[in-house]
Design a protein around this ligand. Structure first.
Ligand SMILES: Cc1cc2nc3c(=O)[nH]c(=O)nc-3n(C[C@H](O)[C@H](O)[C@H](O)COP(=O)(O)OP(=O)(O)OC[C@H]3O[C@@H](n4cnc5c(N)ncnc54)[C@H](O)[C@@H]3O)c2cc1C
Length: 379
């Protein structure tokens, strides 16, 4: 009984997307040959390249699941899954549109008003509208119900005050969806009284401040909201329904192939060098390949469940826990290889640098293990 909940049934023939995968591979070969990108580790988070995003949009590979009436391509979630898996496996720079395409599209389709769909979906499909996520705060990460950002009712809308942190790409994105308290915390019902808002990152009362990482990269930001005015039409979903909305968004955020392919280019680089006897043969490589293969099947199964509109939060959490540990193990395995190759060393350095974030972002593995245990009725 437990197993049917851990991995949903795979109801589609994975080979049905083979033609699409071939097209994406050809596109990626052409882009690499033209020098449009150099494969890198964790490129879905740190590879912000708006030209590459525009090239994908021109091929119809952004907003694939957006219905045609909103400028989209009306394709299936599984087709999107095949395209994103190929892009990630190639280490392509997809960060600019990643959040918008991955979770803002399904959230807008589910909770957005007609005018919000018309305002944002066509721009996302064209690769011209980028989003960030405004959930975490200085004292609130795993326990999101404790967010202190407050939205107060004012004439014609809402006034938002608070601080968001670790906001990936807020300095480059156009808007972010903010989780805020619209009613005081009730200790008996901690998840009540939360709401979401679509906030223009360049709007008045919004100050985006950089947080520079130890390796010198600017990826994170702190976003200060100081009585930022939001008109009523930027309320996202229903007032008071923020918790339910956020948690449904998390299935999309947690289950995708970016949770096991962040270091795939490094795994492939290890395999290439081992095959060429440039690094010593080691059976652990095969073990890592087997783990990634299993994760591919599990994530495909979750994509199928999302396509069927079935709840998939527990399997998504499982993919994320197992996948992010595997990504880190690939970094560690590659770091143990003694290779003078400069390109290889650069990939290893990037993977080791990024590794601590793998099991934190999108919910920590400790917390997700609790989610899985609860889903299985074990706690
Ligand atoms: C690369 C990266 C990108 C990110 N991008 C964004 C973004 O764009 N937008 C955004 O809103 N946030 C973002 N985050 C923040 C991320 O969601 C939080 O870091 C994460 O939710 C954990 O919250 P925290 O850092 O406050 O840690 P805490 O919640 O303070 O946790 C600290 C430690 O305590 C453990 N812990 C906490 N509660 C429990 C529990 N109940 N049981 C067991 N252990 C527990 C955790 O596992 C962790 O090890 C990003 C983080 C990273 C690393």
């Amino acid at each position: 009984m437990a197993f049917s909940r851990l991995v949903p049934p795979i109801s589609v023939d994975p080979l049905s997307t083979q033609g699409l995968r071939d097209e994406v591979r050809q596109f990626l070969d052409d882009q690499r040959a033209a020098g449009a990108f150099t494969p890198s580790v964790d490129a879905w988070l740190s590879g912000w390249d708006e030209n590459f995003t525009a090239a994908l949009a021109a091929r119809g590979w952004l907003g694939m699941t957006v219905p045609v009436e909103y400028g989209g391509h009306g394709r299936s979630f599984l087709e999107r899954f095949a395209v994103t898996e190929e892009l990630l496996a190639a280490g392509a720079p997809v960060a600019a549109h990643w959040i918008a395409d991955r979770q803002i599209v399904p959230s807008l389709l589910k909770y957005g008003t007609e005018s919000q769909k018309l305002a944002f979906l066509p721009g996302i499909v064209r690769g011209e509208c980028f989003f960030a996520i405004g959930m975490s705060e200085p004292e609130s990460g795993s326990d999101l119900a404790s967010v202190r950002t407050r939205a107060t009712r004012v004439d014609g809308g809402w006034s938002l005050t608070g601080t968001k942190v670790w906001t990936s790409g807020a300095h480059l994105a156009h808007a972010f969806i903010v989780l805020a308290r619209t009613a005081p915390l009730d200790p008996e019902h901690r998840h009540a009284g939360l709401s979401q808002f679509i906030v223009d990152l360049r709007g008045p009362g919004v100050d985006v401040r950089p947080i520079v990482s130890m390796n010198g990269a600017h990826h994170f930001n702190e976003v200060i909201l100081d009585e930022a005015f939001l008109p009523d039409d930027m309320v996202f979903g229903a007032i008071g329904d923020g918790w339910r909305q956020v948690t449904s968004e998390l299935s999309f955020e947690r289950s995708g192939p970016e949770r096991y392919l962040s270091t795939f280019v490094l795994l492939a680089a290890c395999a290439d060098r081992m095959a060429a006897n440039a690094i010593p043969r080691n059976a652990d490589l095969g073990r890592l390949v087997a783990r990634v293969t299993g994760l591919h099947h599990m994530s495909t199964a979750v994509a199928g469940a999302l396509e069927r509109r079935e709840p998939a939060d527990i399997p998504a959490a499982l993919v994320k826990v197992l996948g992010t540990v595997t990504e880190g193990d690939i970094a560690e395995f590659a770091d143990l290889q003694d290779s003078p190759d400069r390109i290889f060393a650069e990939l290893v350095r990037a993977a080791v640098d990024q590794r601590p974030g793998f099991t934190l972002r999108g919910g920590t593995n400790e917390v997700l293990r609790g989610v899985i245990a609860r889903g299985l009725g074990l706690r």
